[in-house]
Design a protein around this ligand. Sequence first.
Ligand SMILES: C[S@@+](CC[C@H](N)C(=O)[O-])C[C@H]1O[C@@H](n2cnc3c(N)ncnc32)[C@H](O)[C@@H]1O
Length: 271
Amino acid sequence: MKKETALNEGVMSVGKTQDVYARHYDSMTVGHVEDLPMYQQIASIETPPYLEVGCGTGRVLLHLLSKKPDAAQGHYLTGVDISDAMLSICRKRTSTFINDGFLQIMKHNFSINELQDQKFHTAFVTFFTFNYIPENLQTNFLTNISKSLHSGGLIILDCFYPYLKLHPEKAGQWLDNEPIFINGRSIEFKQKTQMITPAIEKTEWMFIEPNGTINTTSRSKIYVSPQECVRLLKATGFTDIQRLLNYKMPGVNDFTEDPRGFNFVLMARKQ
Ligand SMILES: C[S@@+](CC[C@H](N)C(=O)[O-])C[C@H]1O[C@@H](n2cnc3c(N)ncnc32)[C@H](O)[C@@H]1O
């Protein structure tokens, strides 16, 4: 077998893993659709424009745009990400909406600053994007999102729960996933997960092409407990904090760790 690419980066160098990751991302996440109705439901209640932080290749943006009311005019949605590879795929997939003026796509890092001259009514921080933010930047990240929201604006944080807290016996093993399909090719897809600190879960993925070429990539996510997320949200000016169970409204006031979950979702309002 040929080994074409072996990238194995930690939290701080997430950008370098993006090429292999981005190329396989849509095929890897094709089955992850359970969050989409929640974003759509919130969009139907809150006023546009909406912001997605960590929009990746456009999975959530495309869903929201496909459900956009016919009467919606002008700027409806902005997606930002720090990865050129993800944004390049996203721009191609959403070009019609960009050209029609409904969508803006930008490279932007909320760990550094807010979006200048733009404010939103809702910020969706989707599919574990918050877990890629290093601990020392989490407050900046939330503060800068808050600055980019109108007063009373909503933030949604979808955070991961470590797989190995549920399945410690799987640590460090290569496990077979269902094959993924890209351009008609069936690609073998394996995954290995380990905790590299008590809070950092590293996942490595291996993709084996029909001709034997192997591509690998990895990502490390930082676990932030529900209680710690609540503390960070309060410290950065958010209130009315609720937890959405199973990606469903209405929320509850229970922020205990859920050892069955693979994630938890928090919703809060800017004061
Ligand atoms: C798991 S992907 C989620 C992609 C997409 N939102 C989805 O739901 O399919 C996480 C994304 O967060 C992006 N990301 C990581 N750190 C970021 C930051 N500081 N600001 C914006 N995006 C970031 C990554 O580049 C990646 O595209």
